[in-house]
Design a protein around this ligand. Structure first.
Ligand code: ADP
Ligand code: MG
Length: 343
């Protein structure tokens, strides 16, 4: 459409040798249409270039970590940033266009519980996403490295903030597709969700260890978040699976897993190998909940997230309502983080 506008403007420009004595209403209209189009074009161009960051402007520092979708560096661009270089196996025009389209949706996200999207590097072979740097630990590192045990009010407070960020994303029709404790950070008394939508941009990259195996094995910290309907669509002997299987309801299922991790301090079915977990979840089994020493209302909330039928699964806006209805007597506010109900 942009190209068409350009052509029109050019042709209108070149046809500017009319006889001025005949300047009439029609010409005036054409002039104002031309001006309007020119303004629209420049607005579009500035919108598109607003979030493209030239790679030369970035200072790339040390690697923070390597995930399945690429590697993340600490960086500097008008302040500290995180730079996520993504793996795209075939950098076709089409792949770059779809990257641009997906990234365009990130810049529309403005929410306190979502990582700040700052821009992207679009110069192949360097495709990178630049976001604010999260300084706090991820929930995964709190649970599995620092071995924190969360109080009831801390779980509820974290859950609320995750639901706020997620209901915002879903209201804009953005599906996270990779909601997990490793993509949720806790910094300065607030929860920050990262990596929303990123998995649809890039290729899943098996680790060297996974590549040595005869068939493709999904790592535990990815597999435990899959909803049953996703598992049922997977071909376990293949190297990839359709990301179209992910829906808002599958994000809610993944949130259930995060909630469970916060409640018990480990992954569901942590004693089982990954293939068995996939089989269990795919056939509607849930991990036993008798070890959970928390109010039954929270267990009920967990079960509404883990409904086998995606149609019956609760939506994030209703989850928020359910969390807000939990009896006040369970919750105590923290003096250091008054906005959070932490103890
Ligand atoms: P994964 O999500 O599977 O851990 P990633 O590629 O997203 O893999 O991240 C790799 C590492 O970089 C992880 O240790 C993660 O905590 C860290 N990381 C990712 N994004 C950010 C960010 N915005 N701020 C700080 N650290 C980040
Ligand atoms: Mg991540």
């Amino acid at each position: 459409e942009d190209n068409r506008d350009c052509e029109n403007i050019e042709s209108e420009r070149s046809s500017g040798n009319e006889d001025h004595s005949q300047e009439d209403l029609l010409t005036v209209n054409r002039k104002s249409r031309y001006k309007r189009r020119k303004k629209l074009l420049s607005m579009r161009t500035s919108l598109a270039s607003e979030w493209i960051i030239p790679i030369e402007e970035l200072k790339i520092k040390d690697v923070i970590g390597i995930g399945h979708f690429g590697r993340v560096h600490r960086g500097y661009w008008h302040g500290d940033v995180a730079i996520k270089f993504v793996n795209v196996s075939r950098l076709t025009e089409e792949a770059i266009e779809s990257f641009k389209l997906e990234v365009a949706t990130f810049r529309k996200t403005r929410h306190d519980n979502l990582v700040l999207f700052m821009g992207a590097c679009m110069k192949p072979p360097q495709l990178a996403i630049i976001t604010s740097l999260c300084r706090g630990p991820s929930l995964a590192s709190l649970i599995y490295e620092q071995k924190d045990r969360f109080t009831f009010s801390k779980i509820v407070s974290f859950a609320r903030e995750i639901c706020q960020g997620m209901s915002y994303l879903h209201s804009r029709d953005i599906i996270h597709k990779d909601l997990k404790s490793g993509n949720i950070f806790y910094e300065k008394c607030r929860i920050v969700i990262t990596d929303f939508g990123v998995s649809s941009l890039v290729d899943y990259n098996p680790t060297p260890q996974e590549r040595n195996l005869d068939c493709w094995v999904i790592v535990r910290d990815y597999a435990v978040y899959f909803a049953p309907e996703i598992i049922k669509k997977m071909d376990l002997n293949l190297v990839s699976f359709g990301l179209s299987a992910f829906t808002k309801a599958s994000d809610v299922f993944a949130f259930g897993t995060v909630l469970y991790e916060m409640m018990v301090g480990h992954w569901p079915f942590s004693e089982l190998p990954v293939e068995s977990i996939l089989w269990m979840v795919g056939s509607g089994k849930q991990p036993p909940q008798d070890e959970i020493r928390l109010p039954v209302e929270l267990k009920n909330i967990l079960n509404t997230c883990w409904e086998y039928d995606p149609e019956k699964r609760i939506a994030f806006t209703n989850l928020l309502k359910a969390l807000n209805k939990l009896p006040e007597r369970y919750l105590r506010r923290s003096p250091s983080c008054p906005s959070n109900s932490l103890t």
